[in-house]
Design a protein around this ligand. Structure first.
Ligand code: PLP
Length: 380
């Protein structure tokens, strides 16, 4: 096996070295931010500085940031606890964390369809809203984790508000990959997590419009103005804040990363013209491709690429460590066979031309050995 090459940034991006250094320093300081002594005050200052940095990245005030344990928690808080909501309208390509939180919310859940390009159907959303009683919450992700397709969240928010509904977006995949702002999107609520853009795992945030009635999902000692109890993860929050401050650096590198992604797609289409690239005609994250290898199950591909030293994924990473069938292809009208053959490659600042060349060579070898091309050869 060769040295491993990481092409799975949408699962978790490597923690930036500056973030690791800062977190080590903050861990060594100790202290509980709720304590009144000097240790506590220092820890409090770390938390509040991290909050300010994160708020600046999203263009909101620090008082609009609730620090949570992860984006899954933020999504649960929105979908399960917002007061006065009867119906949830979620897009057909949401992350399982949104789907499962909605399903267990006790509210009516309706799915807004997406087209073959992966974009949410705004006309369908408008009619769904018109048929409601005005106590709806719409949840449409900003960028899809599997395909990278960027959703028309601003337009969806306009429709939601015109119908008196609230608008939430899971913006987890956006920071460092595309520029965005909370106010420009026009949303009421936004979920974020640090580990997708160079911060640590296990720290997330729920951003909200000023003066909203936000109920706790985790009740207890009253931290985060009683909207998220539990001692703050001080070092993780400091790391989250620094990663947010470093987002412009990552954005500046996206042009090169997009060129690498485009080369992967062009070369694969030349090798296997029947490969399908999901969402290619829609606006997409510059680092992401969801692409099928005809005739080869995604799980086989993930294992074969891993043996060659290339870390890619099939669908969302899930807690059991098993790979799950990707959700986007079927929502986008793909066949079940196509859905089981799609893998996600998601690149980041550490990737180079040589990673791409090695990955393409591994693709070609696997496709010629195992894919539909092999079947054709045998048949002729
Ligand atoms: N939403 C999207 C779009 C994601 O890609 C992920 C991560 O896989 C999550 C939510 C969950 O984030 P967390 O791991 O912080 O719970």
């Amino acid at each position: 096996m060769t040295d491993p090459h990481y092409l799975d940034y949408n699962a978790t991006a490597p923690v930036k070295p500056e973030v690791i250094a800062l977190m080590a320093e903050v861990l060594a300081e100790g202290g509980n931010p709720s304590s009144v002594h000097s240790f506590g005050r220092k820890a409090r200052a770390r938390v509040e500085h991290g909050r300010v940095q994160l708020a600046a990245m999203a263009g909101v005030g620090a008082e609009q940031v609730i620090l949570t344990g992860c984006a899954t928690e933020s999504n649960n808080q929105v979908l399960r606890t917002m007061v006065g909501i009867k119906r949830l309208l979620i897009s057909g390509v949401e992350h399982p964390g949104v789907v499962a939180a909605a399903a267990s919310s006790g509210r009516t859940v309706e799915v807004i369809p997406v087209g073959a390009d992966g974009l949410v159907d705004l006309a369908a959303l408008e009619s769904m809203l018109a048929a409601g009683e005005g106590r709806d919450l719409v949840s449409v992700m900003l960028a899809n984790n599997e395909t990278g397709v960027i959703q028309p969240v601003t337009e969806a928010a306009r429709l939601a508000h015109a119908a008196g509904a609230l608008m939430h977006t899971d913006a987890v995949q956006a920071p460092g990959k595309i520029a965005f702002g909370f106010d420009e999107l026009g949303v009421d609520l936004m979920s974020l997590t640090a580990h997708k853009f160079g911060g640590p795992q296990g720290i997330g945030a729920l951003l909200h419009k000023p003066d909203m009635d936000i109920q706790p999902y985790i009740a207890g000692g009253g931290q985060e103005k009683a909207r998220r109890s539990g001692t703050e993860a001080v070092a993780a929050i400091a790391g989250f804040g620094l990663a947010a401050e470093l987002v412009p650096e990552s954005l500046a590198e996206m042009g090169q990363i997009e060129a690498l992604r485009d080369r992967i797609e062009a070369d694969i289409l030349a090798l296997s013209p029947d490969s399908r690239i999901y969402g290619k005609s829609a606006p997409r994250l510059p680092n992401t491709t969801l692409i099928s290898m005809p005739g080869v199950a995604a799980e086989t591909q993930v294992m074969a690429f891993d043996l060659e030293g290339y870390a890619i994924s099939s669908g969302s990473a899930c807690a059991s460590g098993k790979t799950k069938k990707t959700r986007a292809p079927e929502a986008m009208g793909g066949t079940e066979k196509e859905a089981t053959e799609a893998i996600r490659v998601s690149l980041g600042p550490d990737n180079t031309e040589s990673d791409v060349e090695g990955f393409l060579a591994a693709w070609q070898a696997l496709y010629e050995r195992t894919g539909d091309k092999k079947t054709e050869k045998v048949a002729s």
